[in-house]
Ligand binder design. Sequence first.
Ligand code: ADP
Length: 276
Amino acid sequence: MSTVIPRQALAPEPAAPVAGIADDSAPRGAAPAPALPVVSGTPLIRLRGVTKLYGSGQAELMALKGIDLDVSAGEFVAIMGPSGSGKSTAMNILGCLDTPSAGQYLFHGAHVEALSRDQRARLRRRYLGFVFQGFNLLARTSAQENVELPLLYRGESAALRHAAAAKALQSVGLGGWEHHTPAELSGGQQQRVAIARAIVTEPAVLLADEPTGNLDTQRSQEIMELLRGLNTNHGITVLMVTHEPDMAAYAQRQVHFLDGLVHSDAPNPHPIPAAE
Ligand code: ADP
């Protein structure tokens, strides 16, 4: 299945407002815009000369020193590198949570670095899903309600939220666990809830930051199988930070950061095959 991006997001330049991303005035819960398939070969994500400077004066630190990165729709990319090499900084920029100090970030041709905070938030809500090492679930809230949350922010109706969350939980193997709170679930199950929450909005891109960092080997492999299935069966582009070579082995491509730069960027010739 190919990833589809609503027509509004395809305008190459945001100088003229890109409806749907570039203004926040569209009614919440409005019917989705007509969708176009992503043109094969067009990078969904393009970073060009991206730098990130933290602090000033003596405390100045260049966390990214000029990153170029293209990611096509449907790729599964592992981002690796030692602590402090700039992986999280790059993910924050890719996830529209932060902006580059210089350089360009194009999301399907739209210049993200030129968008306002609200416009970036809109892009994030529509196209991006996030999975974190610590799951980041609301503690005294059921799995179902945790997964419904992004749809609540979007202003979707209770009926739609309920149906979409139940479907997302089913797709991560948690059908029947809807009413359990995080404390009643194992770590692996909690991460599944977090993944369901990330995919309930049908994002084009899933950004996963050390998604298996808190899990044992068996649970980690199950989560990786799940992420790979979302990539291959649902066409979701996956960008995953990991320091574990065993987890990066699931990705089709491995990008290594070193000292604020992309040190290497190569296809993985033998990704771990799907379990029978
Ligand atoms: P990684 O994810 O590879 O461990 P980071 O992107 O977190 O690397 O950090 C890159 C560098 O930027 C590190 O030297 C880190 O200390 C610094 N850094 C990260 N975030 C901030 C911040 N908010 N303020 C100042 N320095 C930061």
